[in-house]
Design a protein around this ligand. Structure first.
Ligand SMILES: Nc1ncnc2c1ncn2[C@@H]1O[C@H](COP(=O)(O)OP(=O)(O)O)[C@@H](O)[C@H]1O
Ligand SMILES: Cc1cn([C@H]2C[C@H](O)[C@@H](COP(=O)(O)O)O2)c(=O)[nH]c1=O
Length: 204
């Protein structure tokens, strides 16, 4: 039976790496898949991992219809699976299309994304994935908070200061040179205290 699996984790927990590994393993066994992403940091039409791997992918927009995409591609031969990265940015109705692709077309769908935003609120696409997925799988590689605890939440910084208000979607990175808007993964305690690594270093 085909499955809808949601691989979920914080930023920097290895989701895109796993997405490319899953694609590699299925392709190596002769299965035919389609790759999708939306707003990858590396630019359009690409799934990129911080380990240096990258592959071309279909860029998802608000008008993407996954059932139509699969039907179109299937004209050239059966589609076995979809790899869907940055799935937090997909619309709830697009997640419903993915569920129908599994149930009606028998295509496995492997979706990868962060569950909650910098305010700890669910992304609409991730919420629908949690509601509809056959399985939600938490990434095994633990991203760590600066205190050493498992990082469970994503913080946004603007000019180095943690913020809890702003647009839900701002593409960015966790690296120190991320620019004006950056991200940092934290444990819940330090997210709730708004204590980033920089704040902790100052209070030492
Ligand atoms: N220089 C490095 N050496 C080894 N592992 C690295 C290095 N840089 C990043 N990583 C690994 O890559 C992970 C991030 O992978 P990535 O697929 O880009 O994450 P995500 O898609 O979840 O944001 C990090 O958690 C870390 O385990
Ligand atoms: C927390 C949070 C993140 N984002 C953006 C930042 C990145 O571009 C992606 C996550 O990518 P990753 O591969 O998981 O590192 O999401 C955002 O737009 N809003 C947020 O609140």
């Amino acid at each position: 039976m085909a499955e809808l699996v949601f691989f979920s984790g914080t930023m920097d927990s290895g989701k895109s790496t796993l997405a490319l590994q899953v694609d590699h393993n299925h392709r190596a066994r002769g299965r035919r898949g389609l790759l999708f992403t939306r707003d990858d940091r590396a630019g359009a039409d690409t799934i990129s991992s911080r380990l240096g791997l990258r592959r071309p992918a279909h860029e998802v927009t608000s008008s993407t219809d996954f059932e139509a995409e699969v039907a179109r591609a299937a004209a050239a031969g059966p589609i076995d699976y979809l790899v869907c990265d940055e799935a937090q940015f997909y619309g709830p109705e697009q997640v419903e299309q993915l569920a129908r692709v599994v149930d009606e077309a028998g295509v496995d769908v492997y979706a990868f994304g962060i569950t909650s935003d910098f305010r700890t609120r669910l992304f609409p696409g991730s919420a629908r994935l949690v509601e509809l997925a056959d399985r939600v799988q938490v990434l095994q590689v633990e991203a760590l908070c600066w205190c050493g605890a498992r990082a469970t939440h994503n913080a946004r910084t603007v000019d180095g200061t943690m913020v809890v208000e702003g647009e839900q979607v701002v593409v960015g990175d966790v690296s120190a040179d991320a620019g004006v808007v950056g991200y940092e993964v934290l444990c819940r305690r330090h997210h709730m205290r708004r204590e980033t690594a920089a704040v902790a270093a100052r209070s030492d």
